[in-house]
Design a protein around this ligand. Sequence first.
Ligand SMILES: C[S@@+](CC[C@H](N)C(=O)[O-])C[C@H]1O[C@@H](n2cnc3c(N)ncnc32)[C@H](O)[C@@H]1O
Length: 243
Amino acid sequence: MEIDKAYLGDCIKIMKEFPPNSVDLVFADPPFNIGIKYDKYNDNLSYDEYSRWSERWITETYRLLKENGSLYIAIGDEFAAEINIILKRTGFYFRNWILWYYTFGQNQRKKFNRSHTHILYFTKDKEKFKFNSEAIRIPSARQLVYKDKRANPKGKVPDDVWEFPRVCGTFKERIGEHPCQMPESLLERIIKVSSDVGDVALDPFGGTGTTAAVAKRLKRSYITIEISENYYNAIIKRLIPPP
Ligand SMILES: C[S@@+](CC[C@H](N)C(=O)[O-])C[C@H]1O[C@@H](n2cnc3c(N)ncnc32)[C@H](O)[C@@H]1O
């Protein structure tokens, strides 16, 4: 297994070649099985196919995580409940069901606009895991609204509803034509709280390479895997340091 590397290919096949207990953190943002148009992957599997496939890649992440490792999975409404059950069946311990609330949701005509994604946070061990709360504190309402002198000057640990804007087409952060790029700010919180400098973060569904790019910036090592050659090439470009 090489670290600080983007791999081109199928994540299950590639993960199977890695040794057990070798990564500290997994962040996975798989296709949600809702018919998104990716250039290679078919995001329209039957219920059973998608469930079985999810179980296979989740089992590999469990094998690869160190005993004190953490895992976060971003998932849509359609399969959040199923993925939660698969994680528990695999042996992971539940910590939080985080809701990422985003501004700039897509407008709908015949239902309410969707403005959230679930982020399921689990650990491999019930007691032993990293949670660097000091690294992710944010200003509290006590500080900002009530100007309460008893407020912790360092702020508070964020709630389990997170607000970050979605990366829209016009954003400077936007990389190419990929349909679902995650914001760096969201990955920054996850990587800071659940890993230390020098740790290894794995993302089996690289997309535009957000996890790898943020891990690199925060001095963590990364492994990312992407099945599409076009997206893989964009990841490689994103990871090259600016001149
Ligand atoms: C939701 S996107 C990830 C977006 C990513 N979080 C980002 O910020 O850019 C899912 C990605 O998984 C890729 N993919 C689908 N099946 C895969 C597989 N079996 N192995 C590796 N990558 C896969 C798709 O091509 C797509 O780019």
